[in-house]
Design a protein around this ligand. Structure first.
Ligand code: ZN
Length: 242
């Protein structure tokens, strides 16, 4: 069995379509999304529709929540807030209802899925150092959690009695007797210096995890960002993956 996890699409339809084609070519059985379907990008409605058509179970991200509430609970760049407000004008009531229905956590037989971490407060913490990882693992009982939020493919591993280890995610067999939080990277706005869309494929039978990158036509997304009058910053960063 092959399972795929995608995250942080951020209304980038070109990247999402390319990733779903790549996933289909790999013969994946089921796909999940770790949130942030909207925000930053030019095509929030079509991205929501595509996830719904494909029956892709999704959890709520901070941008999804901000669009539903009309304001974020975490700090956001002024330009990101501008796109949150713009996104609200682009969605149908039905699409907003779907965003509002997204749960913060999905518990599955093979893993748990969350956008940022299992830390209840503060909301939307970024787990990027040892201290944050320890705080998160205080709440993680299961062996494997997939998350997004950092836009960087990241392995956070913890064996009890030892310090947590954080590293850039590589394809690997998940280590036994560890709890793992695997950041799957971003489909629509990578920030690890590689502009290609990121996702992971997981084979639960042998605990094998594969990191995949696919190039997509980001020039098209950039043109759509500018045509819709969204901040140029969000177009520029797609070319450099930052
Ligand atoms: Zn995000």
């Amino acid at each position: 069995m092959k399972l795929a996890v995608i995250s942080d699409i951020h209304a980038n339809l070109e990247a999402l379509q390319t990733v779903l084609r790549a996933i289909d070519d790999l013969g994946v059985d089921r796909i999940w999304c770790a949130g942030d379907v909207v925000g930053y990008g030019p095509d929030p409605g079509p991205c929501i529709d595509l996830l719904r058509e494909r029956g892709i179970e999704t959890v709520c991200g901070n941008h999804d929540e901000a669009v539903v509430r009309g304001e974020p609970r975490d700090r956001m760049l002024p330009e990101a807030l501008q796109v949150v407000q713009w996104t609200r004008t682009q969605l149908t009531p039905d699409q907003i209802d779907w965003l509002a229905s997204l749960p913060p956590l999905r518990v599955l037989p093979w893993f748990e899925l969350v956008h940022a971490s299992l830390i209840p407060d503060p909301p939307w913490a970024y787990i990027i150092d040892e201290e944050g990882a320890l705080y998160h693992f205080a709440y993680q009982d299961c062996p494997l959690v997939f998350n997004g939020h950092t836009h960087v493919p990241l392995a956070v591993l913890h064996r009890s009695g030892q310090r947590p280890r954080l590293s850039i995610l590589q394809s690997m067999f998940l280590p036994r007797r560890h709890r793992c939080m695997i950041g799957v990277g971003s489909v629509g706005q990578p920030r690890d210096g590689d502009p290609r869309a990121a996702f992971v494929v997981y084979e639960p039978e042998n605990c094998f995890l594969e990191v995949r990158r696919v190039a997509y036509d980001f020039a098209r997304t950039q043109a759509r960002i500018l045509r819709k009058g969204l901040p140029e910053l969000f177009a520029r960063r797609l070319a450099i993956g930052r």
